[in-house]
Design a protein around this ligand. Structure first.
Ligand code: TRP
Length: 447
């Protein structure tokens, strides 16, 4: 039981919790990162491995956070202190730090999404998509859009769990799903759509065999990132949950929806790229913005498609960003007794300031990204997996069993999946992430 148990907020409905978790999971990672990671890493071959990781690792890993959160009813710092013992609160501190860094540049990229949504109305990006991305991705105007985005994030979180986050996701997540379905229906009718589908859905076994050393870590990292794992988002959201929930069932629904939405975005992106004769493999942060906006310039009704697509990107980013801010705000409310509105505005302002350098220089953005989205999230994941899987497994298992009628052997299956495969995959991905981060730092220092 948490300290502030009597006044602590909770979700009004099970759907509210599921939609909030899906809203967190579905973000820039699904709509922007997923298609370009798939493109870079060989299309369908990557998709197969990714789906394998989601099934084998994703469910077990999300349950690790759910169990900690619901057992303690606390923010990540308090939760780890209660679950692991007092010195574990420092680990929770890493999560709060990760949340701040992650949201600081996530807001900048989300600001690009707002900008592209508006630019679709005038077709501003269509003449020279590369130059357009270059002109809007950094600078003081970029800071302005970053600020606008942060104001929305703070505005939602300040209203709390039921009247803020739950209400917002009940509108945003269904809207995301409906709009993506609409986009796919149009994409299917495009000329050459079949080519895009083939690249995306027809796995080439030889690509898997020759490229596995690249595909495996990318797929594992993407599976982890897309489920918002590794920094206590799912701890925080599960802390507002009652004891009678079946965590495994809810986790399954959340993962199913996140995966379906990521896969669905690809069903739109690849036919559009094929119809415009664009490259799938374009690497890097600008990839989807540049190649896709080029494609929107080349096909019929491209401006409308562009508007809808970038609007989806914007609200998907918003429903993720609120979960990042909520981690830090919950910490200040639970541990320091701060008022929610004060905490939201204060933290939002700090995060905005921390993010400004990434809005002025893409190399700084890449640096933040390599640190937070790779190194710190994986580190957080490893720590939680060790805590739940090896150090406090009895408590964890007992918590999982609550709300599940007859768990049978599945409790132990879960525990051993966490102890073995999940931990192993995270350790390997972590080593690779450190190497990537060191290269990023060297590149930054030596130009
Ligand atoms: N899952 C989100 C996405 O796919 C990103 C995200 C939001 C996230 N909150 C997170 C990633 C917390 C890791 C941890 O865009």
């Amino acid at each position: 039981m948490g300290v502030a148990d009597t006044f602590r907020e909770s979700w009004a409905t099970r759907t509210g919790f599921i939609l909030a978790a899906v809203g967190s999971a579905v973000g820039l990672g699904n709509v922007w990162r997923f298609p370009f990671v798939v493109g870079e890493a060989g299309g369908a071959a990557f998709l197969v491995i990714y789906l394998l990781f989601i099934v084998l690792i994703g469910l077990a890993a999300i349950l690790v956070e759910f169990v900690i959160g619901r057992h303690t009813d606390l923010n990540p710092v308090g939760a780890l202190r209660e679950f692991g013992g007092s010195s574990w609160r420092y680990v929770g501190g890493i999560f709060v730090f990760t949340g701040i860094v992650l949201l600081s540049f996530y807001a900048v990229a989300s600001g690009w999404a707002i900008r592209y949504t508006l630019a679709s109305l005038t077709g501003a990006y269509m003449d020279d998509p590369g130059a357009y991305f270059g002109s809007i991705s950094t600078g003081w105007e970029t800071v302005g859009f970053q600020l606008v985005f942060m104001i929305f994030v703070v505005g939602i979180v300040a209203f709390g769990i039921r009247r803020g986050i739950e209400l917002a996701v009940k509108v945003m997540v269904p809207a995301i799903i409906a709009l993506i379905i609409g986009l796919i229906i149009y994409a299917v009718t495009l000329p050459d759509a079949g080519e895009g589908f083939a690249f995306y859905l027809d796995p080439d076994l030889s690509v898997i065999l020759s490229e596995w050393h690249r595909i495996l870590p990318d797929a594992a990292g993407q599976a982890f990132f897309t489920l918002s794992l590794g920094m206590g988002v799912m701890i925080t959201y599960a802390s507002y949950l009652g004891e009678d929930r079946n965590l495994a069932e809810d986790g399954g629904v959340i993962i199913g929806l996140d995966t379906a939405i990521a896969v669905a975005v690809g069903l739109f992106v690849f036919p559009v790229l094929a119809a415009a004769g664009a490259q799938y493999e374009e690497p890097g942060a600008g990839a989807v913005f540049v190649s896709l906006s080029q494609a929107f310039g080349d096909i019929q009704f491209g401006a409308v498609l562009g508007f809808v697509f970038f609007f989806v990107l914007t609200i998907a980013a918003l429903s993720s960003a609120i979960s990042l801010l909520e981690v830090v705000v919950a910490y200040l409310i639970d541990e320091w007794g701060l008022d929610r509105k004060v905490a939201s505005i204060a933290v939002g302002s700090v995060i905005f300031l921390v993010g400004i350098p990434t809005a002025l220089d893409l190399d700084v953005l890449a640096l933040y990204d390599a640190l937070a989205a790779n190194v710190l999230l994986l580190l957080g994941g490893i720590i939680m997996v060790v805590l739940v899987g090896w150090l406090q497994s009895e408590k964890a298992l007992a918590e999982l069993e609550k709300g599940i009628d007859d768990i049978g052997p599945w409790g132990n299956v879960w525990l051993w999946t966490v102890r073995g495969p999940v931990l192993l995959v995270l350790l390997i991905a972590f080593v690779l992430a450190i190497i990537g981060f060191v290269e990023e730092v060297q590149g930054f220092i030596w130009g």
